[in-house]
Design a protein around this ligand. Structure first.
Ligand code: 8X3
Length: 244
């Protein structure tokens, strides 16, 4: 059997990089897409994958990316993230615009571009990394929680729209994962980012990659619809047990 291809967006760091690495170990040829091509290339060199520039907020970039990948079996919609923490009253429109572009429209664009190829493969799979923020609305997080709710609604809709076709859909909804997520959310403020994970053991990117790899390596007739995963010390987006 020829090697299966997995496409991972946001693959230059964090969950995306870990997932690319893990799927290569599972035997996939991995196509890594992200804005930072040099970072993707470094990982691709290590795992025998292919690095391509991808900005999911840019339709032309998504089109060019998809045109370079003629065959795909697995798509991992991982690109996205948060910008800022502000009340609705103080919401920064540009932050909202970026979060909706990256998480919602980015997932829409990339999924539209790859679905025909995934179905054509005869055994396709779309994994979308949402968040506990796709289930909960929390104070100061409305830009992100609303984007994640919308991204999840988009993803969950696909499941019904493609019933009967050879493609599976899995939503992975992580809670606290220590990656660049919080550093990016706080515009590079590492101290503020570190405080998010202080006093507890957060998930790491490999934990999520491990779960994604498990979902995509189930037999073709098994669809893992949703997995919500959090550190043991985290009960919800706003409730965690911290030591010290
Ligand atoms: C990240 C998890 O709790 O910051 O997707 O929304 S949270």
């Amino acid at each position: 059997m020829s090697q299966r291809t997995a496409v991972v967006t946001g693959a230059s760091a964090g969950i995306g990089a870990a997932t690319a690495t893990r799927l290569a170990a599972e035997g996939f040829h991995v196509v890594l897409g992200a804005r930072r091509l040099d970072r993707c290339q470094e990982i691709a060199d290590k795992i025998g994958g292919t690095a391509l520039q991808l900005d999911v907020t840019d339709e032309a970039s998504v089109e060019a990316f998809a045109a370079s990948v003629p065959v795909a079996h697995v798509l991992v919609n991982n690109a996205g993230g948060a910008r800022g923490l502000a009340t609705v009253q103080d919401a920064v429109e540009d932050d909202w615009r970026w979060m909706w572009e990256a998480n919602v429209l980015g997932t829409l664009r990339v999924t539209k571009a790859f679905l025909p190829k995934l179905i054509e493969s005869g055994d396709g799979h779309v994994v979308t990394v949402t968040s506990v923020a796709a289930f909960e609305a929390y104070d100061n997080g409305s830009g992100y929680t609303s984007a994640k709710h919308a991204q999840a609604a988009l993803h969950r809709t696909l499941r019904g729209e493609h019933l009967g076709q050879p493609v599976r859909f899995t939503e992975i909804a992580p809670g606290m994962v220590e990656t660049d997520f919080s550093v990016n959310r706080f515009g590079g403020d590492t101290e503020r980012a570190e405080a998010v994970y202080r006093g507890l053991q957060p998930l790491v990117a490999d934990d999520v990659a491990d779960t994604i790899a498990w979902a995509v390596t189930r037999p073709s007739h098994v669809n893992i619809d949703q997995i919500i995963m959090k550190p043991r010390a985290q009960a919800s987006a706003t409730r965690a047990h911290r030591e010290g």
